[in-house]
Design a protein around this ligand. Sequence first.
Ligand SMILES: [Zn+2]
Length: 439
Amino acid sequence: MNRPLIALALLASTAGIAATVSAQTPTEAASTQTWIHAGRVIAVPGQAVRGPTTIVVQDGRIAALHDGFMPAPAGAKIIDLKGKTVLPGLIDSHTHLGSDRAGNEGLAAAMTDGLALNSYETQWNGMKTLRAGFTTVRNLGDEGGKVMAYREAIKRGWVQGPRIVDAAESLSTTGGHMDGRVGLSDEAGEGMVHTENLCDGVDDCRRAVRRQVGRGADVIKFATTGGVNSGTGLATRIYEDEARAIIDTAHAYGKKVAVHAHGLDGIKLAVRLGADSIEHGTTIDDETARMMAKNGTYYVPTLSTVNGYLERLAANPNAYPPAIKKQIDWRIGITGKSLQIAFPLGVRIAYGTDAGVSKHGRNADEFELLVKFGMSPMDAIKAATINAAGLLGLEKEVGTLEVGKSADIIAVDGDPLADVRVLKRMAFVMVRGDVIALN
Ligand SMILES: [Zn+2]
């Protein structure tokens, strides 16, 4: 066979394959579809709630939304959620999937459990999160690359888990919140912790961002202030030129920047320099809130951390070293104050729990706290869907139930707009079109 003939033969065989695909019978096409009969649907949080609706899912995406319960074609899978309220999969914008063992227990675990074992813990926590209805998370800092590995294993279909936007390792200055040596003896500190996530000076801070981008970070997280759990205090722990170097370098690489900040000066510095979100933001004042609203800076309140503290201290009053316990008491007392200032002034709130400090799988507890401190149930749901999707840069993929978006769909008994606590108990979870077993 000469070359033109080979080419013709190839063309013919390719055309043959195409013909086979298009000759699929309607039943064969329907067999790849899932038809969900949903009683009430909060399809686009903030807009009118839909009544009975049929949601057609194909190839992991929402293919159609029809009013009423449409009869499914032969061969399609049918899911009956006629008695449920159906919503878009929820988004937690601030997690640490690697662990939720904190204080002295966390320190002990760091001594005994290596990275390999901790990777299994990461997946275990991811599944708790997914079963709680959180189909997407933004993971803001974990060591050793285990969450990036989990993210990749999920993408390859090796294991189940939520969609993950990962920051790799969080950055701070030496002696700051992300310096794992703080609070340890020199011997333990030098033995346990590596320091490439620490940076001092402009060039070094550029290097630190590039290192995380190079490792595969989707987003950059750093601290302008100390932290509650690290015992590094709440005041600013970075110079302006260093913070600017981190933010500008991340943006130059197309990565958004999440800033851990408690004290007011550290919050203001981050907002002024163009941070995409303020995490915790424990002492936001009116002026800063107005600046955030104007700049479009998201606020991620992480009120749930308080639940983690209270539960651990109830179980063991000595769960934390005394110096850290003092900061925890302060944080408990001030919970919700910034949200009460920021939300009425128009700051966009993105839902985030800091799970890791609070317990994985209890991510929906934050809803109750957001409502307690002034948000309506619908606004809290918006924070966990549309707003969080915007912060994560995933607004075209998740956050609403619309044609073309990923089939990330959850359902609960009862009406979350009347009592947001019903979101703590999932009746149904689907991610990318896959139904997740809930026990
Ligand atoms: Zn955190």
